[in-house]
Write a new protein. Structure first.
Length: 700
């Protein structure tokens, strides 16, 4: 049986068995087969899942939202095994052949399914069947457990589970004595998360993630350091939970992108191995790896790893055709043209469709004629309000309405729409709701009046255009002689004024003007080109002079920006000034790098002596001197993280002393932390705060 699995924030909250021949409505309305939570982007009745000719299809029925498939909006999804699509925080996964019963958490995790008593054909869950014969767990007791107890999961491990010969669930466990580890079917391997950070032009960085929570940003204390000036101090957060790994944008200035889609700030999104996180110039690959996989791979029999024999090539190819929304669907096409039986079947089906279409068109035409033109001696389809309004009229008015209707109908049949319009207006003044199909007739009269008016206007425009073309042709013929000898553009324009007034874009008019313009402009063109060129050269010279002035004033970063702007400018450079700007940039860069290296010598020396406080101060001075120095920033982050890891242990020890009443030892430890940390250090600030709360007992 096919199953539609519903996940919220990556956690499965429902599994809906799909019965062939049924249609299921998904949405937040209480009358839906599968009720979703009240969330942005979820309509009251959002989409249906139904089967047609053995194919399950998800079809949007909401006017305000599509289904997101591989990052693209789509109004329809053909469901094959493993197909996945999303609506905001909801994810839907289709399993083709899944015999698993509904999860116990269904209906308790913000999602419910109607029962058969609702009349919507909801799925019924039988706890006795779920538990087996005689050994089933009590349904009420099972539902009272927390979700984590009802659906046990193992985070960070892989396991091999035996299956029966048919690929179904494993058989009941057999009781045995002895070493269970020795008879274990599978081997459990620990899975560890890691990040690969790629930046253009720089070597790739790999970070192994230890713990449960990691903050990424350009702040030195972040566990994941982002070496990009446009990244926020605290860009995003990754959490390890029993339900998987989740990423949350922390309200960053320039946003975080996951697999091409911008994350909504402060909302967790499920991370899967192979996902790509983008932060400005940084590309971050999230991976779940088994550190011992390669070692165990060596011990596997090579025959197991040998590639299987290639299967026979399929007798079809897959072609993607564009659909109304998104990338379209996959169509199976026989490259050999199909068998004669298939071709004959296709021709028969095409002929059948054409025949059905002709029948439908004839039926539509007959229905329109019946509604508009036939008199209503047959049973009336008049709304109750209209009939009541007519019957309430005096007998004389009823006769007048009938006469007006008959006259209007006859005029309409004869094509005299103006007369029909007048009579119908009189009728509708007496009975605004209309009589019989008078309102429909009025709509048709108005359409025909509009059509007649359009035709009249078109005929008038045609006559005016013909007259205008005659005037233009005579004017062009008269001015051709002037254009052959004149050097004045004003003269030819004055001659062609009659034609220009009526058709400024006329090709012949433009051609005559162009002939004169070319004669008059050839001489001036070179002078104008020379003037423009000299202006551009002057602008480039001024840009270089401004950059050199900033360089002399030791405004290093201002000079760098000015030199780079000059190099990238479009201005011509006959005197080689752009080469001088490049040399100026190289000189400034060498000077800045040398100064930073000199400052980092003291930082390295302090680091080697494990004097992390002085190392941080020296590295901060180097970063203040050159805020763009990645080397200074990386060293500063390394030193800060190392010092924080040491001071954190000491601070937590002092807090423990404080908690057990060993106040003197706690105060001494806080003073030591204050001395070891920098003035702006986190644990130094915390220690000073603690010391202010206590007096020094050594002074008593």
């Amino acid at each position: 049986m096919a199953v539609m699995r519903v996940l919220l924030y990556g956690k499965e909250v429902n599994a809906v068995p799909l019965e062939p021949g049924r249609s299921y409505v998904f949405g937040r309305g209480e009358d839906c087969d599968v009720v979703l939570e009240e969330r942005p982007g979820v309509s009251r009745q959002h989409f249906t899942v139904s089967e047609a000719n053995g194919q399950w299809i998800a079809q949007v029925i909401s006017k305000f939202g599509d289904l997101i498939v591989a990052g693209q909006p789509s109004s329809q999804v053909e469901l094959t095994h493993g197909a996945v699509f999303r609506i905001n925080d909801y994810q839907f996964k289709f399993d083709e052949h899944d015999e698993v019963a509904l999860p116990a958490a269904a209906g308790a995790e913000g999602l419910s399914q109607a029962s058969p008593s609702t009349g919507r054909g909801g799925t019924h869950f039988d706890p006795a069947q779920a538990g087996g014969e005689g050994g089933g767990e009590d349904h009420a007791e099972m539902m009272s457990r927390p979700p984590s107890a009802r659906t046990p999961r193992m985070q960070g491990t892989l396991s091999v589970v035996p299956q029966d010969a048919e690929g179904g669930l494993p058989p009941a466990p057999i009781e045995f004595e002895g070493n269970e580890d020795a008879t274990s079917v599978g081997q459990v391997a620990m899975i560890r998360p890691s990040l690969r950070i790629v930046k253009s032009g720089e070597p790739e960085t790999r970070i192994e993630l230890d713990g449960r929570k990691w903050i990424a940003g350009r702040e030195e204390t972040c566990e994941i350091f982002l070496a990009d000036r446009k990244a926020s101090r605290r860009q995003f957060e990754i959490n390890s939970t029993p339900e998987g790994y989740f990423i949350t944008d922390l309200g960053s200035a320039n946003g975080t992108v996951l697999n091409g889609e911008a994350l909504v700030p402060n909302q967790p999104h499920l991370l899967q191995s192979g996902d790509i996180i983008s932060v400005q110039s940084l590309i971050i690959h999230f991976e779940l790896r088994d550190p011992g996989f390669e070692k165990r791979l060596v011990n596997i029999n090579p025959e197991v790893l040998a590639p299987p024999s290639a299967p026979p090539a399929p007798y079809f190819e897959i072609i993607n055709y564009p659909g109304p929304v998104g990338n379209g669907g996959a169509v199976r096409v026989d490259p050999m043209g199909g068998s004669p039986w298939d071709q004959a079947r296709d021709v028969a089906e095409a002929e059948k469709k054409k025949k059905n279409l002709r029948i439908i068109l004839i039926a539509v035409v007959i229905a329109i004629v019946a509604v508009v033109f036939l008199q209503d001696d047959a049973p009336k389809n008049t709304a109750p309000v209209r009939q009541d309004a007519f019957t309430l009229l005096p007998e004389a008015k009823q006769k007048e309405v009938k006469d007006l209707y008959a006259i209007a109908h006859n005029l309409f049949i004869q094509g005299k729409v103006e007369g029909a319009f007048v009579e119908l207006e009189k009728l509708h003044k007496i009975i605004p709701d209309g009589y019989k199909n008078s309102r429909v007739m009025m709509e048709e009269v108005i359409k025909q009046r509009e059509t007649a008016e359009r035709l009249r206007i078109q005929e008038e425009e045609r006559r005016q255009l013909e007259e205008q073309n005659r005037i233009i042709a005579r004017n062009i013929e008269d001015c051709s002689k002037v254009a052959a000898t004149s050097f004045s553009v004003d003269e030819i324009r004055s001659c062609l004024s009659a034609a220009i007034e009526r058709d400024p874009s006329n090709g012949s008019v433009q051609d005559l003007i162009a002939r004169v313009q070319k004669r008059a402009a050839d001489k001036a063109a070179k002078d104008e080109e020379t003037r423009i060129y000299n202006e551009k050269v002057s602008k480039g010279r001024v840009m270089h002079q401004d950059a050199a002035k900033l360089h002399r004033q030791e405004n290093w970063f201002g000079a760098l920006d000015a030199y780079e702007a000059h190099i990238k400018s479009e201005w011509p450079d006959p005197n080689g000034l752009k080469g001088r700007s490049k040399r100026g940039i190289a000189d400034i860069r060498r000077f800045l790098d040398r100064k930073v290296d000199e400052m980092l010598v003291a930082a390295e020396s302090a680091w080697n002596a494990k004097n992390y406080r002085d190392a941080i101060i020296a590295a901060q001075a180097a970063k203040n001197f050159d805020p763009t120095s990645v080397k200074a920033a990386e060293f500063l982050g390394k030193a800060r993280r190392e010092l924080n890891s040491i001071l954190k242990v000491e601070y937590e020890t002092a807090v423990l002393y404080e908690g057990v009443g060993r106040l003197e030892e706690a105060i001494r430890t806080w003073k030591t932390i204050e001395e070891k940390d920098t003035p702006d250090g986190e644990y130094g600030r915390k220690s000073r705060s603690k010391l202010r709360n206590y007096s020094d007992p050594t002074k008593k």
